[in-house]
Design a protein around this ligand. Structure first.
Ligand SMILES: [Zn+2]
Length: 227
């Protein structure tokens, strides 16, 4: 059964409670090829999907109408709310998880995100990774994904550490930016995966400074997030 716009994945439903997309969730497929990923994302027995799939060569295919609720995020929450599928658009990037993201693919993602932003008025801090909303379960789009590049294009956010932060405030600041409650080690791992993938060792003043900057500039209950 194709979607309402004749799109190939049958795996979608109504967005609940009249919700509209305020987030974009980025994923990697963790599969060897986009063809295999596409087959799975369109398989009714798999019960997973995403709105878009972007291959390494930059070809982007829409699988689910953006107005519909695709099934990509699963359990998790962001900015203090669950049912992320009802609040987001899901983008799968063809990548095994162990390779760089190709330039044509990143360029295609930037074009796609610009369009999604314009269609749905999604703010840069609303573009997140699967690992952000599910730190206990997920690691995609992984340490090789270039979040800073997206931020420089105005399509995501990137923190600045201007002064050493207080590690005791890290969890509260991460939550203020949008992260869910998670075990301290899982929260730190998810945060570093996105903002400091080269960092090792225990929570430090730089992690805390980055989280403090994000919490100050992009608080979930602040005017910029609720606009
Ligand atoms: Zn994912």
């Amino acid at each position: 059964m194709p979607g309402p716009a004749g799109l190939p994945s049958p795996n979608h439903g109504e967005r609940r409670a009249g919700l509209r997309p305020s987030l974009v969730v980025l994923h990697y497929t963790a599969m060897p090829s986009a063809a295999e990923a596409r087959a799975r994302l369109c398989d009714p027995t798999a019960e997973v999907s995403a709105h878009w799939l972007i291959d390494r060569d930059g070809r982007a295919e829409q699988l689910v109408d953006e107005a519909r609720r695709a099934w990509h995020a699963g359990a998790g929450d962001w900015a203090g709310a669950g049912d992320v599928n009802s609040r987001s658009i899901g983008v799968e990037l063809q990548n095994t998880g162990a390779e760089p993201f190709a330039e044509p693919q990143m360029a295609a993602l930037e074009r796609l995100l610009s369009g999604i932003r314009d269609r749905w008025r999604i703010v840069p801090q609303g573009v997140i990774g699967h690992s952000d909303l599910a730190p206990d379960r997920k690691a995609d789009p992984g340490p090789r994904f270039d979040w800073r590049r997206l931020a420089l294009a105005g399509l995501a956010v990137w923190p600045k550490a201007t002064a050493p932060g207080d590690p005791a405030r890290f969890a509260a600041d991460a939550r203020c930016f949008g992260y869910p409650d998670a075990a301290p080690d899982r929260l730190l791992a998810a945060f570093r995966l996105r903002f400091r993938p080269w960092a090792r060792g225990p929570l430090d003043a730089t992690d805390a400074a980055l989280a403090a900057d994000l919490a100050a500039r992009f608080p979930v209950d602040g005017p910029s997030a609720s606009a």
